[in-house]
Design a protein around this ligand. Structure first.
Ligand code: HEC
Length: 129
């Protein structure tokens, strides 16, 4: 009986820590992030590198990047990207490009996928700490 109780609380603990960043499923779908990867490579990778490690532009993953966006609404990151990126042609890409690209960036920063696509409406979700 004690062993069983331990197992249940352990499982529950794992669920809670996995859901710490987002109480529910993540704000983007796996398929959307995969689509975003191609779009990122076409429009962003020349400066940020395909692995997001940074080149001409800063890294879009790792501690520095996370520290900057942690706890902020994903919408803020989306707005930044919409207004400023790609740096050599801001405003040139529509939501159908930038939403998947943002989903791809989230997937590379430890945000778990869910079953819905990321849109402007869903992005009150917070960037994980
Ligand atoms: C021509 C080079 C270039 C391209 C292409 C480009 N970026 Fe950037 N990006 C930069 C530079 C340089 C910065 C640093 C901010 C600044 O000085 O404007 C930056 C900053 C950023 C930041 C903020 C980083 C931080 O530390 O918070 C994000 C997010 C970002 N870019 C995303 C994108 C996305 C998404 C795309 C593709 C749609 C893209 N960038 C395309 C050069 C580029």
């Amino acid at each position: 009986m004690r062993v069983k109780t331990f197992g249940v609380s352990l499982a529950l603990g794992m669920v809670i820590s996995a859901g710490a960043a987002f109480a529910e499923a993540g704000p983007y779908s796996q398929k959307q992030a995969e689509d975003g990867k191609t779009k990122f490579n076409n429009h962003c990778a020349q400066c940020h590198r395909p692995n997001l490690a940074g080149g001409t532009g800063p890294a879009l993953t790792g501690d520095e990047f996370k520290k900057k966006w942690a706890g902020k609404p994903v919408a803020e990151l989306q707005t930044y990207i919409h207004e400023k990126m790609p740096q050599n042609a801001p405003g040139s890409l529509g939501d159908d490009q930038l939403d998947p690209i943002t989903a791809f960036i989230l997937s590379k920063n430890g945000v778990q996928p869910g079953d819905k696509d990321l849109t402007k409406d869903s992005s009150s979700a917070q960037f994980p700490k």
